[in-house]
Design a protein around this ligand. Structure first.
Ligand SMILES: Nc1ncnc2c1ncn2[C@@H]1O[C@H](COP(=O)(O)OP(=O)(O)O)[C@@H](O)[C@H]1O
Ligand SMILES: [Mg+2]
Length: 326
């Protein structure tokens, strides 16, 4: 398997007047060709900042203060801004929650897509247009020739996001970072888009990081899952293992709050308390104050433990083979 992305010990901190926010604090990611990593966690846990750090898009008062990012075996820290511009949108693409972050409201879809191809590759307009049309078809857009002539405002929200996804895949990138791309869409459209995106990664070999606050969404697309809490990965492993037997109490709680047919009518489990204040994190395990399994040792920060199947950062993990009621 070809390793596309290797992130080790990534730290991105924000130096604000009120103090230092350790938005990302020692994150590791390893991703092979065609693989999908689901990055999941509550709002404010550091998912987007992880994505932006990989894209080298962190602005003051934020700064990558530590760690190493290697892309196809190449250390990205020494890259010039010109080299970054070529990498972005070409080898690494990003999809945002709001497709209008990608789309220009005053240009027709074909103009934007052709531009996106020609910015990185010397091909004729006709060739570029054909590829644009084919890629629209691949993301499940009916009558792509018609859609090419449209302006963004003439499309529905779901169609616009599909166009943004098509643009991300346009130059056959090695890696796509998708930051909550379906969060604003209704559930049916959401699952269609997840299905198309998953199919595309299989077809093209593009690796993907799919960011979501919703574990159910991530479970539907990802090969492996990393659960993030207060800037750290607290559990990581193949999707099936993490879903069937979560070891970190936070993951367990996230799973318990996912609705399913069998739980219909029953009250959904909720994780007590609020997301922590990133300026004043609790001592030891950041999840400790909300955790019903917390014990004395949790006053010291837990390291990453490894079982045969997954890794988790917890002193008193959920026992093996304790299934979440489904
Ligand atoms: N420009 C900024 N200045 C200060 N703190 C920031 C800034 N951007 C993000 N943060 C902090 O970084 C943390 C992680 O943010 P983010 O990655 O956007 O979370 P999410 O998991 O919701 O995507 C949050 O606690 C947020 O307050
Ligand atoms: Mg975010």
């Amino acid at each position: 398997m070809t390793e596309i992305l290797k992130v080790t010990g990534l730290c991105t901190h924000f130096f604000t007047r009120a103090g230092v926010v350790k938005a990302v604090d020692g994150v590791d990611i390893s991703l092979n060709r065609g693989e999908v990593l689901g990055l999941v966690g509550e709002s404010g846990s550091g998912k987007s900042i992880t994505g932006f750090s990989i894209m080298n898009l962190i602005d003051a008062p934020g700064r990558m203060t530590g760690g190493r990012i290697s892309f196809k075996g190449r250390d990205l820290s020494q890259l010039s801004e010109t080299a970054w511009q070529d990498l972005r949108g070409n080898r690494i693409a990003m999809i945002f929650q709001d497709p209008m972050m990608t789309l220009n409201p005053v240009l027709r879809i074909d103009v934007q897509m052709i531009e996106a191809i020609q910015a990185h590759e010397k091909v004729s307009r006709t060739t570029a247009r054909e590829r644009a049309r084919d890629t629209l078809g691949m993301v499940g857009i009916p009558a792509p020739d018609e859609r090419l002539k449209a302006y963004p405002h003439q499309l529905s929200g779901g169609m616009r996001q599909r166009v943004a996804i098509a643009i991300a895949f346009l130059n056959k990138p090695d890696l796509i970072i998708a930051d909550e791309p379906t969060t604003a869409l209704d559930v049916t459209i959401q699952s269609q888009i997840i299905h198309e995106a998953q199919k595309l990664t299989r077809q093209t070999g593009t690796a993907m990081i799919w960011i979501s606050h919703d574990l159910a969404v991530v479970a539907g697309i990802a090969d492996q899952i990393s659960v993030m809490y207060a800037g750290r990965i607290v559990e990581h492993g193949p999707t099936d293992y993490v879903i069937d037997n979560p070891r970190h109490p936070y993951t367990y709680g996230l799973l318990g709050s996912v609705p399913s047919a069998n739980k219909r009518g029953a009250r959904l489990f909720q994780i007590d308390g609020m997301a922590p204040n990133m300026l004043a994190l609790p001592r030891g395990c950041a999840f400790g104050p909300r955790c019903d399994r917390a014990v004395d040792v949790c006053a010291a920060a837990p390291g990453m433990s490894q079982s045969c199947t997954q890794k988790f950062r917890c002193h008193n993990p959920v026992p093996e083979a304790v299934k979440v009621a489904k």
